[in-house]
Design a protein around this ligand. Structure first.
Ligand code: HGY
Ligand code: MN
Ligand code: MN
Length: 432
């Protein structure tokens, strides 16, 4: 059978005019997965990485991969890949994302990229289309990094950015290690790591920010991902009586933590967009109303599209922390949780996403990603880009996260035709 037509046309850039996803089926897949770990009274769900809820979500997606007769592999960090055979053998054109969520998760973050991949394969099978190259859908372990830092852990190991042994020893914020939890939920696989590079990678994801909606644009052709710096700071002071200890005699780590949180915000405002700063986790010990804390542990998430500015922000924060702790007669320790430089996607794949969106009649904007994604890891080993769809009110990491069905449909169709165009390439194209 001839490879699918690669000529972009008005009917569909991959030259397959009738191929389009079934939005009702995709919405149903999203609803079925969101029902696992659902947050009562909301559309959202909580499936922290490697928890029982994550296992149940994984089982649901693996069952769907089996229903599609995909060749399924699981690797040592629990990444799962389903492959649809092509007319030739060789590395697949891969799509995918993550199905773990934060504790206040929405139903689209990550899930959309995986379930749209299943939908695309179902459309192709129903149409009797066998792509020239194999296609694959993957979900990567612990993309959120909320339970086990760093984020994008599974895809980082997948591309050889961290040895498997090191990743398996990472302790979660609640105690168990990655390795122990993978064994417990039955997803400690055996396929080799680092994995063989796919031919190309495309990730469909909700924007999780306000830009596309504010500008009335349907598709984001994502050009880059900003740099990420996560650290955990533990400040140690002296617990004391809240009523009897004069202010001048206090060694209050809670004050140091609060001052640092305020400084981080002031620093981001001073540096200006796209610099952002977040203190997302803050724990005081003993955390009691009438005790000056003994210790304070907090996290700082700094991000910028420019590496030099991000390093400047890190340096200035470190200087402030040191001066403030010293003035309060406290000591402190810092632990790096994640550090990824900004990533540029392959311009040819970004162009293909933009051209595909245009050919399908959608407005499209080239833009950076404020959030981290598995695609930023796959970009280390193969031509990679992302497709964004708008987020209502720019909200994400919140059960109210929402993207309109028409936008979901547009994004999934752009990914369908982008993947088909990539899969139809012989040699000397983007895939080389
Ligand atoms: O933190 C992030 O950007 C992503 O949600 N892991
Ligand atoms: Mn995500
Ligand atoms: Mn997320």
């Amino acid at each position: 059978m001839k490879p699918v037509n690669t000529e972009a046309s008005s009917a569909g850039p991959s030259g397959n005019p009738d191929l389009a996803i079934d939005i009702d089926r995709l919405l149903q897949r999203l609803a079925d997965l969101a029902a696992i770990g659902c947050i009562e009274g909301t559309e959202g769900c909580a499936r922290l990485a490697l928890t029982d809820e994550d296992k149940r979500g994984r089982d649901l997606v693996v069952a769907a991969m089996k229903d599609l007769d995909l060749e399924i592999t699981t690797d040592g960090i629990g990444n799962v890949v389903g492959v649809m055979a092509g007319q030739i053998d060789g590395p697949p054109v891969m799509c995918g994302s993550h199905i773990d969520t934060v504790r206040t998760g929405g139903r689209y973050d990550g899930n959309l990229g995986v379930l749209a991949g299943l939908e695309i394969i179902e459309v192709l099978k129903a149409a009797g289309v066998t792509p020239y190259r194999p296609l694959a859908v993957a979900f990567f372990t612990d993309e959120e990094g909320a339970r086990f830092a760093p984020d994008m852990l599974g895809s980082l190991v997948y591309v050889g950015g961290m040895p498997l042994e090191e990743a398996l020893e990472i302790e979660g914020i609640d105690g168990p290690t990655v390795g122990a939890e993978l064994e417990r939920i039955g997803y400690a696989g055996s396929s080799p790591l680092p994995a063989a590079a796919p031919a190309a990678f495309v990730e469909l994801h909700v924007e999780q920010g306000p830009v596309l909606e504010a500008e009335g644009i349907t598709i984001g052709a994502v050009e880059s991902v900003q740099g990420i710096s996560w650290q955990e700071v533990t400040v140690t002071g002296q617990s004391n009586h809240a009523g009897t200890t004069p202010m001048a005699l206090r060694k209050d780590p809670g004050y140091v933590a609060a001052a640092c949180a305020n400084f981080a915000r002031e620093l981001a405002l001073e540096l200006g967009a796209p610099q952002v700063a977040t203190v997302g986790r803050l724990e005081l010990h003993p955390n009691l109303v009438n005790v000056v804390p003994a210790s304070a542990t907090f996290t700082v998430d700094l991000r910028n599209t420019d590496e030099a500015t991000l390093q400047d922000a890190e340096r200035r924060f470190a200087d402030f922390l040191e001066a403030t702790a010293e003035a309060e007669h406290c000591t402190f320790e810092t632990r790096e949780l994640a550090r990824f430089e900004p990533v540029l996607f392959d311009k040819r794949v970004v162009d293909l996403v933009a051209d595909t969106a245009d050919a399908l009649g959608h407005s499209v904007k080239r833009m950076p990603s404020g959030a981290g994604h598995d695609a930023q890891m796959l970009a280390r080993v193969c031509p990679t880009a992302m497709v964004f769809t708008p987020s209502r009110d720019g909200i994400s990491h919140n059960p109210a996260e929402y993207t309109a069905p028409a936008d979901l449909e547009a994004g999934a169709n752009v990914m369908l035709h982008t993947m088909l165009a990539l899969a139809a390439e012989d040699t000397d194209g983007i895939i080389g």
